[in-house]
Design a protein around this ligand. Sequence first.
Ligand code: S3P
Length: 174
Amino acid sequence: MKGRAIILIGYMGCGKSTVSRLLAEKSGKRLIDSDEEIEKRQGISISEIFNKSGEPAFRAMETKLLEELIGNDFDGILSCGGGMPLREENRQLLKQLGTVVFLKADPEVIAARLRNDQSRPLLNGLNDDEKKRKIGEMLLTREAAYIAGADLEIDTGALSPEEVTSCIFKRIHI
Ligand code: S3P
């Protein structure tokens, strides 16, 4: 049976954190951000986890977190790290946990938002042009996984975070 959580997926910088906060405020539901939860548990930042243990270890932590949330019947709002839906196993766990919303955004918008960001290990050390190219490439290779993992998609291009939030409220019974 499908759980009652509302889950946001999408590429880094697509607005998951802001929209998930608004959803939690409006609904009074509990909010979990997978990156923050993993950082809290490990006592170090995502970048440090990538450096110290590598990406595969981080991905295993993401899967473990989803299994735990399912075990606890989590029914709040979950904002997922951008790579969470890449594993087939995670896509199934996410759908089991609740309704999965894919927030779509254009590479240009994402590149502008992440321009001065230092917290994403997959984009660190790149200049602006390299960052833009890498974001474009990653979006192309990831899009199929995001679509496969989602119950519904919202194109956030012309929408403010408040509008995206209202759109989710209209389309899902929260
Ligand atoms: C990642 C996205 C990040 C974080 C990690 C890897 C990805 O989360 O989980 O840096 O693979 O797209 P955000 O989408 O919250 O930035």
